[in-house]
Design a binder for this molecule. Structure first.
Ligand SMILES: Nc1nc2c(ncn2[C@@H]2O[C@H](COP(=O)(O)OP(=O)(O)OP(=O)(O)O)[C@@H](O)[C@H]2O)c(=O)[nH]1
Ligand SMILES: [Zn+2]
Length: 199
């Protein structure tokens, strides 16, 4: 299955089923789903939800393996400030922020764009930030088999902003380190580089 196509386009049956349920939700909150402004909303919302959860149908290993190249470079590669949007599995409300990913190659490098693609594959699911962090970390570690891999995610959770505890400025940081990044010196170099503004 191509990961470049809109998920809802080739998953019409599932989209139709989600659409019917959104119509019930709209009625459930006391609205009239047949009024002009809402009549197409179940379909729009279903397409949006299918898009936001398309990661279930994508194979991150396939994505990485499509662009792994033999190369002797064995210093740190960092892709920082990768914007991410996910849905918390507790409230199905968005959490969003940035991922910073690094690895130290071990004979193979990977096409740079594949790292943000992997972030999206795991973010476009019902998630908790901790599992999202580890999913990205383990996928890179097991597929690339690098000398080390590091993932840091900083995110704001709408379920803590719009409702519940209603804290507008809290940011949650999660991190995971494998291989060389378990050494303090390497980890510190990575943390210094992601917090610096080189421009
Ligand atoms: N660890 C973790 N918790 C999350 C994440 N996203 C949302 N949560 C939390 O999931 C918890 C669910 O707690 P519950 O007490 O079952 O739900 P609730 O009554 O809606 O809780 P409140 O949000 O405190 O009103 C809340 O504390 C959320 O803040 C996440 O990515 N990681
Ligand atoms: Zn939540």
């Amino acid at each position: 299955m191509s990961f470049y196509k809109n998920f809802e386009e080739y998953n019409l049956e599932a989209t139709e089923s989600v659409k019917e349920k959104y119509a019930k939700i709209i009625e459930g909150v006391g609205e009239d789903v047949s009024r002009e402004g809402l009549v197409k909303t179940p379909e729009r919302a279903a397409k949006a939800m299918m898009f936001l959860t398309q990661g279930y149908e994508q194979d991150p290993v396939e994505i990485l393996k499509a662009a792994m190249f033999k190369e002797d470079y064995d210093d740190m590669v960092i892709i920082k400030d990768i914007e991410l949007y996910s849905l918390c599995e507790h409230h199905m409300l968005p959490f969003f922020g940035k991922a910073h990913v690094a690895y130290i190659p071990n004979g193979h490098i990977v096409g740079l764009s594949k790292i943000p693609r992997i972030v999206d594959v795991f973010a476009r699911r019902l998630q908790v930030q901790e599992r999202l962090t580890h999913d990205i970390l383990e996928c890179l570690n097991n597929t690339l088999k690098p000398q080390g891999v590091a993932v840091v995610i900083e995110a704001s959770h709408m379920c803590m902003m719009m409702r519940g505890v209603q804290k507008q400025n809290s940011v949650t940081t999660t991190s995971g380190f494998r291989g060389q990044f378990e050494k303090q010196e390497t980890r510190n170099e990575f943390l210094k580089l992601i917090s610096s503004d080189l421009s």
